[in-house]
Design a protein around this ligand. Structure first.
Ligand SMILES: O=C(O)/C=C/C(=O)CC(=O)CC(=O)O
Ligand SMILES: [Ca+2]
Ligand SMILES: [Mg+2]
Length: 423
């Protein structure tokens, strides 16, 4: 098939070609309202301006106010038929074969905003955020460190996608600095818990799904229908303070060690854009219960990379992994999350869990890369060594799927650690 081409110059050489078209919320200038846009090459295509010009002519979008909102929740709630209609319209308007925008220079001027000029915001109002624990390698590695070799993988782990309810208020968009948290850690020799700035600050390499229409309370989503609920994917860093986590997590799971900030990338990559990268998830043994049986085992081949950029230094890649390693698929996570009747709502965020691969250089956290702080991780370019994160370190997660003559990029999910506030 010939490579689809846009008239936006150079778009095909970027991570945002005509095949991608990810959705985000942006401000063209600080004084203007946030609005929905699509990334194309080095530009943001302003969907509010496109809608105002009456260019969404399909039956589901022609009278809709979804692109006049300051979040994507309304558009997410409309479901796959509306998403398909929007993609077709946008792809046509941006293609090299279509003259609508090229013939209307005033309009062309208002719909394209240079990406370097905009400020990206969170793409949705996130009502609820859940974090899963779906990498067998990560669960095993942390199990060995937290619980010992014999009980490394909890008994339930092979039978259900373990998860916990996270906190949405502290989810921030890429580029937001984070203050090193303070909190309680394991008692010292005097038996008294310590209160201090976290010394074992970590990142977690994750991806997350934005939920589309959602389900009614009491009506589970089947594993077969789960993909209809996925609006798209972002990159995520579930910052984790391991010393706080270790002391607080028994028996209810993560709390303050993980809710001081969670960073996501601003562009939501759709299922349509990812279709060429569908592959099979790992075989499951033992077979899960019927409600979790996912005969398609559909997942995506998404190469992931994490770099650390120390203050004033060059960045250094410290690990490379892939979304396809996850044992539990997004469809199984959705089916499990709703099997008891729990309702998901448009804009809810479901995180994959840390994505570790099978070998040392593919682990998705510092605690695994430094094996609990027992060895040093070397940074390139004179960046020194790390066991955990230092103040001034910026953690940058990126992902790019290589297609036939084009790339589907995710942009980046980055955040810098600022020193803890003084006591
Ligand atoms: O094994 C544990 O006790 C803790 C695991 C995590 O911290 C990981 C977590 O947040 C879930 C995940 O990202 O996979
Ligand atoms: Ca996590
Ligand atoms: Mg978090």
């Amino acid at each position: 098939m010939p490579v689809l081409k846009s008239f936006v110059s150079g778009a095909e050489d970027t991570c945002f070609p005509l095949q991608n078209l990810p959705y985000g919320i942006f401000r063209p200038t600080p004084a203007e309202h946030p609005r929905p846009g699509v990334a194309i090459g080095d530009y943001v295509f302003d969907l509010s301006a496109v809608a105002r010009a009456g260019l969404f002519e399909g039956p589901l979008l022609c009278d809709s106010t979804c692109f006049f909102q300051e979040s994507l929740n309304q558009f997410m709630s409309m479901g796959r038929p509306a998403w398909k209609e929007a993609r077709e319209t946008i792809q046509t308007l941006l293609s090299a074969d279509d003259a609508t925008l090229m013939e209307n220079l005033d309009l062309e001027d208002t719909v394209f905003v240079p990406m370097s000029q905009v400020k990206m915001e969170l793409p949705a109002v996130i009502g609820d955020y859940t974090d899963f624990f779906s990498s067998k390698e990560h669960a095993t590695n942390l199990g060995i460190m937290f619980r010992g070799k014999d009980t490394s993988l909890p008994e339930n782990w092979l039978h259900l996608p373990v998860g916990y309810h996270g906190r949405s208020s502290s989810i921030v968009v890429s580029g937001t600095d984070l203050v090193r948290p303070r909190g309680q850690t394991t008692p010292g020799e005097d038996g008294i818990p310590q209160y201090k700035a976290s010394q074992l600050l970590d990142f977690e390499l994750e991806m997350a799904v934005f939920i589309g229409p959602g389900n009614e309370l009491g009506k589970p989503v089947s594993v077969e229908n789960a993909h209809e609920q996925i609006f798209g994917f972002v990159l995520m860093n579930d910052w984790s303070a391991r010393d706080l986590q270790k002391w607080e997590y028994i028996p209810l799971g993560p709390f303050l060690g993980k809710n001081f900030g969670t960073t996501i990338s601003p562009w939501i990559i759709t299922m349509d854009a990812l279709e060429p990268f569908i592959c099979k998830a790992p075989e499951q043994d033992p077979a899960p219960l019927a409600y979790l049986k996912d005969s398609s085992r559909i997942t995506f081949d998404i190469p992931l990379s994490v770099a650390i950029k120390p203050e004033g230094e060059k960045e250094s890649v410290i690990t490379q992994s892939n979304f396809k390693y996850l044992y539990w698929t997004a469809a199984q996570q959705i089916a499990h999350h709703t099997v008891n009747g729990c309702n998901l709502r448009p804009g809810d965020l479901l995180a994959s869990g840390t994505i570790s691969g099978p070998v040392d250089g593919s682990y998705g956290s510092m605690i695994e890369l430094s094996w609990g702080g027992s060895k040093e991780v070397k940074l390139e370019n004179g960046g020194g060594v790390r066991k955990f994160l230092q103040d001034g370190d910026e953690v940058i997660i990126t992902a790019c799927c290589k297609g036939d003559g084009y790339s589907i990029g995710f942009g980046s999910c980055a955040g810098k650690i600022l020193p803890a506030i003084a006591e």
